[in-house]
Ligand binder design. Structure first.
Ligand SMILES: CC(C)(COP(=O)(O)OP(=O)(O)OC[C@H]1O[C@@H](n2cnc3c(N)ncnc32)[C@H](O)[C@@H]1OP(=O)(O)O)[C@@H](O)C(=O)NCCC(=O)NCCS
Length: 203
């Protein structure tokens, strides 16, 4: 991850493929988590910048919890994570989508930037980051966030790209099932691309 001048996400390592060194859970509110069958996250972007800012500390905590055990693919230190999440939001607020618990707090988010300039692909949609609170893993929240963003990006682009950690099997396999294919690997980062006309990705 890079500072605010360049992309800094586990999914977006390309500008710094030669310098990847700088990487890298319990509900603090004490609320009882709903059971999987009860749970249905609402997905929406932040209403505005002020709402985004008001949740910033919680988003940073959520990020840290989500990358526990996979710190090699994550920013470390609250200040760096804060700047990174700010960079994500600022790049395309409409595609910073949040999964909200029934109590109205963020339990996951996805961030994509439209009109990303990739050196090899030209202008594409780029999905930079996706995280779900571990307490809510396996309930389909990540899939819903991903499909929602993918649908939006494919309305504007023929191709969508992302970067993912090579050993992040769960995420990689999900992306493959959504129609992404590996195109190149730099060190521990894999670049994946989806051809929007291929049709897969919504099954
Ligand atoms: C990747 C992540 C966002 C998935 O969130 P989630 O809400 O748990 O995902 P879902 O419940 O929607 O499941 C996603 C896929 O993983 C599969 N899955 C669910 N639980 C699983 C498990 N324990 N092990 C392996 N795969 C699992 C699901 O079958 C689903 O696949 P499908 O959509 O093809 O059916 C979440 O694990 C996370 O925050 N990881 C840490 C951050 C990260 O790695 N982000 C991606 C950066 S590139």
């Amino acid at each position: 991850m890079l500072e605010t001048t360049s992309p800094a996400c586990p999914m977006d390592k390309e500008p710094r493929v030669t310098q990847l060194a700088e990487k890298g859970a319990t509900d603090a509110t004490g609320q009882v988590e709903p059971s999987p069958e009860e749970f249905q996250a609402r997905i929406r972007p932040f209403a505005d910048y002020h709402e985004f800012r008001s949740w910033m500390e919680q988003l940073v905590s959520l990020y840290i919890r989500a990358y526990e055990g996979m710190e090699q693919y994550a920013y470390r230190g609250r200040r760096k994570i804060y700047k990174y999440i700010y960079w994500l939001y600022r790049g395309d607020p409409e595609l910073f989508l949040v999964a909200w618990s029934p109590e109205g707090r963020p339990v996951g988010f996805i961030s994509a930037h439209r009109h990303w300039q990739d050196p090899d692909l030209g202008e594409v949609g780029n999905i930079h980051e996706m995280i779900v609170d571990p307490a809510f893993h396996g309930r389909g929240i990540g899939r819903r966030l991903f499909r929602t963003v993918l649908e939006r990006l494919c309305q504007e682009h023929a191709r969508v790209m992302l970067w993912v950690g090579a050993e992040n099997r769960r995420a990689r396999e999900m992306y493959e099932r959504q129609g992404f294919r590996e195109v190149v690997q730099y060190d521990e980062w894999v670049k994946m691309v989806k051809d929007c006309s291929s049709g897969s990705g919504s099954s």
